[in-house]
Write a protein that binds this ligand. Structure first.
Ligand code: ATP
Ligand code: MG
Length: 436
């Protein structure tokens, strides 16, 4: 057997497993140097692991001199292991400290970090993104991404309880689903292909066999503008269901918001220092029709014509806050697969879920009849031939179906009170950024 770098050295405890009751226990802890202070004969070092902080106190006479000297020479971010004995201590905020008897430095940092590891805010987001893996050690971001992980777990649990099947659809596709402008073209062997801007057509097809499906996966949009709410690569929580309409989907979304909120609240209860601004969940999420909001806007003096989009600036002017739905949008601008309303063919069976002026989700009842779908595509100037791979499915009993896509990053922004979508994305991609 070859000798490994780490050998038999392993962590015995995470920070969360240590307290004054472990007084006298021999432990090995591992993590990153957070702070180093020393006055002559004593050095204080804090190391941080994935759960929290561990105080190390090296005093002359208490631990070997070379360990004390090594500790006091360390720079923040160095990754180390300390073996030693736990000592209960009233002076320490965590109620204990570790007296080191052995140290192992895995990688010693020589550079001065571009920001303090403890900093709550670092103004320039680009400075942070350049060293994203280090930025992600900061407590604010740890909280956001750990809460995000729990939100995802509870959403998956919800889908499982409700008998949905988790699907994965191709991200390399032949044709645009929602109009071509926002697509990224790629080389696919000797052909042109695109990165999928949504799983739309595939998830619809899969309702023919699985009825209730969901996918949590990237969508790609060549967004031309620089905003705090658009990424070039985002994660979409898509759901699609057979034999239901858009009203059922709105009910599901309300459930999903409820369980996501409770996942975040649970996280905060367990981590009371978290600084999220968590929204309140209304008993029922209010629903406004597009027409009603246009009327409100006209009354508020906004210049708007029926059929226009309801822009964030205009939504602000009528003071809508928290979660609400805007439903029954004009059919014209909606994608070809959205069903028109029976009572008024100018309207569609569609909705957006909003949080203030931020769109979190769009959903609709979809068309299940081939001729209706083809008609809509032709009206939009689309070539139906290129979609035969999709249209062909409609010859074999497509059920009535409805669904939606929820932007995960935007949902997390709403649930934690985060302003910039880049802060809720591990490695954001936008018009200016392709690294790290
Ligand atoms: P917007 O009008 O805000 O640009 P959209 O209407 O183009 O969004 P949809 O095609 O309806 O977006 O996509 C469904 C959901 O996916 C959106 O409500 C949003 O939450 C999310 N989403 C769409 N595009 C992006 C993007 N570029 N970055 C982050 N999330 C996005
Ligand atoms: Mg939308």
């Amino acid at each position: 057997m070859i000798e490994t770098e780490l050998g038999s050295l392993r962590r015995s405890h995470y920070s969360a497993e240590l307290d004054s009751s472990k007084d006298g226990t021999n432990v090995t802890v591992m993590g990153w140097v957070l702070t180093v202070r020393g006055h002559g004969n004593i050095s204080f070092v804090t190391i941080r692991d994935k759960n929290g902080d561990i105080p190390i106190v090296a005093k002359k006479g208490n631990c070997p001199d070379e360990i004390r000297e090594k500790l006091s020479s360390l720079k923040p971010h160095s990754s180390i292991s300390i073996s030693g004995i736990v000592k209960a201590s009233e002076k320490s905020p965590s109620g204990f400290e570790i007296i080191p008897s052995e140290i192992r430095v895995f990688s010693e940092v020589k550079k001065i970090p571009p920001f303090e590891p403890l900093a709550k805010t670092v103004k320039n987001i680009d400075t942070r993104l350049e060293v994203r893996p280090i930025d992600l050690r900061r407590k604010v971001l740890q909280d956001i991404f750990k809460a995000r992980s729990q939100v995802l777990t509870s959403i998956r649990d919800y889908f499982n309880e409700q008998n949905f099947t988790e699907i994965n659809t191709p991200k390399i596709i032949a044709t645009a689903t929602e109009g071509g402008a926002a697509l990224f073209p790629i080389f696919y062997y000797n052909k042109e292909a695109f990165l999928a801007q949504s799983p739309q057509l595939y998830k619809e097809q899969l309702t023919m066999s699985f009825e209730k499906v969901f996918e949590i996966a990237p969508i790609f949009r060549a967004e031309p503008s620089r905003t705090n709410r658009h990424l070039a690569e985002a994660i979409s929580i898509d759901l699609e269901e057979a034999f239901v309409d858009y009203n059922d989907v709105m009910n599901r979304i309300a459930e999903i918001i409820k369980i996501s909120l409770s996942a975040v609240n649970n996280y905060v209860n367990k981590n009371p220092e978290t600084e999220f601004i968590i929204p309140k969940m209304p008993e029922n999420i209010p629903q406004y029709s597009y027409d009603a909001l246009v009327e409100k806007m006209e009354k508020a003096g906004v210049k708007i014509e029926w059929g226009d989009d309801l822009y964030p600036t205009n939504l602000k002017k009528i003071g809508l806050e928290g979660f609400y739905f805007i439903k029954d949008w004009p059919l014209g601008p909606k994608p070809f697969y959205v069903k028109s309303s029976r009572s008024n063919p100018k309207l569609s069976e569609s909705f957006d879920l909003m949080f203030g002026d931020l769109e979190l989700s769009s959903g609709s009842t979809r068309i299940e009849k081939r001729d209706e779908l083809e008609e809509r595509m032709k009206n939009k100037g689309m070539k139906t031939d290129a979609f035969e791979y999709h249209l062909g499915a409609f010859d074999y009993g497509m059920p009535p179906h409805a669904g939606c896509g929820i932007g995960l990053e935007r949902l997390i922004m709403a649930l934690t009170g985060t302003e910039n979508i880049r802060d809720v994305t591990f490695y954001p991609r936008d018009i200016d950024r392709l690294t790290p």
